[in-house]
Design a protein around this ligand. Sequence first.
Ligand SMILES: *[C@@H]1O[C@H](CO)[C@@H](O)[C@H](O)[C@H]1NC(C)=O
Ligand SMILES: *[C@@H]1O[C@H](CO)[C@@H](O)[C@H](O)[C@H]1NC(C)=O
Length: 310
Amino acid sequence: MASARLRWLSAALVALGALCLLLSMHGLPLLPGEPLGFRKEGRFLQLPALDCRRDPPFLVLLVASAHDQLPARTAIRETWGGQRAARGRRTETLFLLGTSPSPAAARAVAREARRHRDIVQKDFVDAYLNLTLKTMMGIEWVHRFCPRAAFVMKTDSDMFVNVAYLVELLLRRNRTARFATGFLKLHELPIRERRNKWFVSRREYPWDRYPPFCSGTAYVLSGDVASQVYRVADRVPFLKLEDVFVGLCLAKLRIGLEELHSEQTFFPGGLSFSPCRFRRIVACHFVPPHKMLSYWKALEASPGEACPAE
Ligand SMILES: *[C@@H]1O[C@H](CO)[C@@H](O)[C@H](O)[C@H]1NC(C)=O
Ligand SMILES: *[C@@H]1O[C@H](CO)[C@@H](O)[C@H](O)[C@H]1NC(C)=O
């Protein structure tokens, strides 16, 4: 009787030890009431007309967008998103959307998708708190339909992206795998004040610090990393902050973040425009549609030779 209990106890200890080892290998501690993992579900309602099998693009730009942001999508299509190549490499811009409860908005998006064939949409409610679902939809699309894209950028519809300079820096950097870059946030803590836009409760995220992550305004992953993020996502605690969530996936994959350039090129806090300055940046936040068009025209009109050499 006693020996049976002892045997049971030692078996339990071995199992506990194995569990601890497994958890320490995978980084995150297990806590009671740990948040649930990301759930891979939902179906695609719209897919873009983009054949990635024969001629995979060098760079796919995924723009998180909302139903009422048609002016921003139009401005992006007429500027950086309309650019189909840079330095001889193919680039493609796609918009990410969820569903709207308004039938009129739903019809308008279906029309827009038929017309432009650049919309990826799944059947989740389009809401700020569902941004992680939106980002993961884009990453799932890359994983399933375009896994040979060399790089993927996730960005937002109020961002100006200098696609040509981004391609130039990616080529110069000459990295093809396990590469993640953007505006690096290496030591962020969860915000526990309820009124803050980025408030996260201890229930949602019980740990005291965030993993390293890139500002969600614009970040770039090599194609293999996008696929690996999708594969690991259901084993990572779900978080509504999409950029931190991707950081959790990268931490689990043990993929470090790297700078793209020795100079700052990602500007999540915005930057005042000048043609020479914008020739040497990758991404700038807080650019409304009318400025998108005027910046683009100014850049096209100004000769690059007039700018100081890098
Ligand atoms: C997010 O999407 C899911 C699935 O459609 C939905 O049940 C949920 O209410 C949405 N969240 C918000 C905050 O709207
Ligand atoms: C790029 O890296 C590869 C190895 O990963 C190397 O063989 C090649 O020479 C590099 N090219 C340039 C232009 O640095």
